[in-house]
Write a protein of this length. Structure first.
Length: 302
């Protein structure tokens, strides 16, 4: 099942995607988080509802897509260096850091929830905040069942679904704050997610190809199966001693081809269009738009 958060007649609704049509759920299903919390029972009810003759069927072209999840209990959970090629392409750029070999356990960090935007929304851009904006195509996992210290063999039972994310990053801010990634990953209005939340029964991760295009040119292209740590491994590691909750979002890392590691390096600019797409998961299509992120700050980046 493909679920989407949409705007229809100025109201936020949830729809089940069928081809180029969205079958709108009754208004009491006001957002996807309620469905995720409802688990198997909620999905079973939805299947009955969409089969009714009176269900509202609206062309996708007549709807605006929102981020699938718009309410968060915690920061977005993220994974770094989960594709070997991406780890290796950045080695020279990390010459003054201690990390020389791929870690034996996943590298985790978080992003603030205010980064999240919809699959067609403009990406906020302000060159006064950073001069090194970068794209990162990623598979995102949405947790559907709470758990702590989840074994790998049980991890799949805790997955509600998958979507796409573009982990837009500010590379100079990453370096500025001691090499940790929170600040350079948490600028408001910079991370598209979506376009749909796809349940695991519709996705064979072994065959999913993930791509990122910048102004029509393919910049990243990899199979999800190339990840150093599988989705099940990531869930086991991130839940080790830490409770995951329904609706938590976990980004799984980006493949090689990012802008900062190219020769010469490439940075995003106002007006650039970035597309993130993957087999069976749809696509994100976003342009960078100049907005005031700097405000009245007295922080000097010099």
């Amino acid at each position: 099942m493909k679920l989407a958060s949409v705007v229809y007649r100025d109201a936020a609704r949830v729809g089940v995607i069928s081809g180029e049509t969205a079958i709108l759920l009754p208004k009491e299903f006001r957002d996807l988080l309620l469905i995720i919390e409802g688990g198997i029972e909620a999905l079973a009810e939805i299947k009955q509802l969409v089969g009714r003759k009176e269900a509202e069927r609206i062309p996708l072209a007549d709807l605006s897509l929102l981020a699938p999840i718009r309410r968060f209990r915690r920061d977005i959970l993220c994974t770094g260096w989960n594709y070997l090629d991406h780890f290796n392409e950045g080695k020279e750029k990390r010459a003054n850091q201690e990390i020389k070999e791929l870690p034996k356990a996943p590298t985790f960090f978080t992003k603030g929830p205010d980064t999240v935007i919809g699959p067609r929304d403009p990406i906020a851009f302000d060159p006064r905040i950073s001069t090194k904006w970068d794209y990162e195509a990623e598979l995102a996992v949405v947790i559907g069942k709470a758990g702590r210290s989840i074994p790998q063999r049980e991890a799949s039972a805790h997955i509600f679904g998958y979507c796409l994310a573009n982990d837009v990053s500010q590379r100079d801010l990453q370096r500025r704050h001691g090499g940790q990634w929170l600040k350079g990953k948490s600028i408001d209005g910079t991370m598209p997610i979506g376009p749909y939340l796809v349940t695991p029964d519709e996705v064979d991760l072994e065959t999913v190809r993930l791509q990122c295009l910048l102004n029509g040119e393919v910049r990243q292209d990899a199979l999800i199966s190339q990840m150093a740590f599988s989705v099940e491994n990531l869930i086991a590691e991130v839940s080790f001693g830490m409770t995951l909750r329904p609706g938590d979002v976990l980004l799984t890392g980006t493949p090689s081809g990012v802008g900062f590691a190219r020769t010469p390096p490439i940075s995003l600019a106002e007006g650039d269009e970035v597309i993130v797409r993957a087999t069976g998961l749809g696509e994100l299509r976003n342009r960078l738009k100049r907005v005031d992120l700097f405000g009245d700050s007295d922080v000097s980046l010099e």
